[in-house]
Design a protein around this ligand. Structure first.
Ligand SMILES: [Zn+2]
Length: 135
């Protein structure tokens, strides 16, 4: 019998970078206090690099809170990426957050496309040229 142990930890560096992306790309509909970044370990998935989760509306009502979004970084797959691809991955996940910031998601369709990620990435890098991160 094989037992998979998943564990999760807050990744403050990724969280800071996500907040920086939100600020520099002007995604002002995103409440940066309600974006959490979690690094997961032990995933069996070879393809998934990151995922975005939210607190569903029913849970918001039950807990009397507003929406929260969690970007999950799959450590085994994310860490292999180049700096550029890590940033693009974060931009991609942030793009799934709708303007309403209500707990739902925008699908890939016309919203979250490779082209839009590339455009946002270029804009981010222009505004970010004086900074560097440790990864
Ligand atoms: Zn996606």
């Amino acid at each position: 019998m094989q037992i998979t142990i998943m564990f999760y930890e807050t990744d403050f560096e990724i969280q800071d970078i996500a907040k920086d992306i939100i600020a520099k790309l002007g995604l002002d509909y995103i409440d940066t206090e309600k974006i959490l970044c979690i690094r997961s370990h032990g995933s069996k998935s070879r393809r998934t690099i990151a995922r975005i989760h939210s607190l569903p509306k029913i849970m918001q009502a039950a807990l009397n809170t507003k929406a929260f979004y969690v970007i999950e970084i799959i450590s085994e797959n994310f860490d292999k990426l180049s700096y550029e691809d890590k940033i693009k991955t974060l931009i991609h996940e942030l793009m799934h957050i709708p303007k309403s910031f209500g707990g739902g998601f925008r699908g890939h369709g016309n919203f979250v496309t490779r082209k839009k990620v590339e455009t946002s990435f270029k804009n981010y890098m222009i505004k970010n040229s004086s900074l560097s991160f440790s990864f």
